[in-house]
Design a binder for this molecule. Sequence first.
Ligand code: 8YV
Length: 326
Amino acid sequence: MVMNKPLVIVTRKLPEIVEARMKELFNVRLNDDDHAFSRTELINAANEADILVSTVTDKIDQEVLSNAQIKMIANYGVGVDHIDLKTARNKMIVVTNTPGVLTDDTADMAMALMLGLSRRMGEGERQLRKSGWKGWAPTGMLGMRLGGKKLGIIGMGRIGQALARRAKAFGISIHYHNRKQIEEEIHNELGATYWSSLDQMIIQMDIISMNCPHTEETHHIMSKRRLGLMQKHALLINAARGDVIDETALIETLEAKAIAGAGLDVFENEPHVNPAFFTLENVVIAPHMGSATNEARAAMGEKVIINVKTYLDGHSAPDRVIAEWI
Ligand code: 8YV
């Protein structure tokens, strides 16, 4: 589709190098003070722009899309659960994302949460900062060794596989639940065990990591019942989306010490974080930082630019999320 000076509205402040290139290439409206768009601003942007560059902080639902004139949503990020894809499809709006370029950083974050939690890094640091450390003790701050443990990965896509490679290097055995088995070669390289029954896998694991996208099917996939299947010494890691875990049930589970702990980079109602997490010792929490490296954020911008430019040049954008009618 070739348009006359199409307007590209970018909802959040992006890295300088990305914005500079966007200014060279497009008729672009940037968000210099990086405020999160209000609903009205988002609706107006969708009505005025030809292309919207969105992020996870923009809830692009039916109301936003109903009168929208945008032709394309080029999302800065891989997850698209904040976009109403059905309405976008009905309105023939092209939606793209940024797969691949944040895989390693997000897997690093999951690994960091796992290490931080199993070795009680947060607790130790809090103790030191409060000047509450009385010196080394044979039984002080004992954690769980990761080597020799079983990791169950829920969602074995790019990030799940990258996490599996890291975990394998730590001597952890790899188990996974996925809609289908992964490629045989990768499966063998990882020495992985595939579980078609999620429940059966959860019962056996020392660590569970959420690495699936948030969809209707995966909403609260880690339900109260499934949290109840985890072993008492087991850890739960989430660097995917808060909504894949029933957060209220998780808090109850942690308060009851029915599992050993949770490492969370994402939450159900971001940016709101349930204050219960602030007082629980057995959690490590981070403010959605999985892809927060200079390298990933620049590469995500590069992907957005390639998607927008390709589309404006009249070709199929490479990272289309909805492909059927293109
Ligand atoms: C992004 C993420 O930073 O890409 C994703 O899905 O969760 C984050 O790493 C965020 O989505 C930006 O929109």
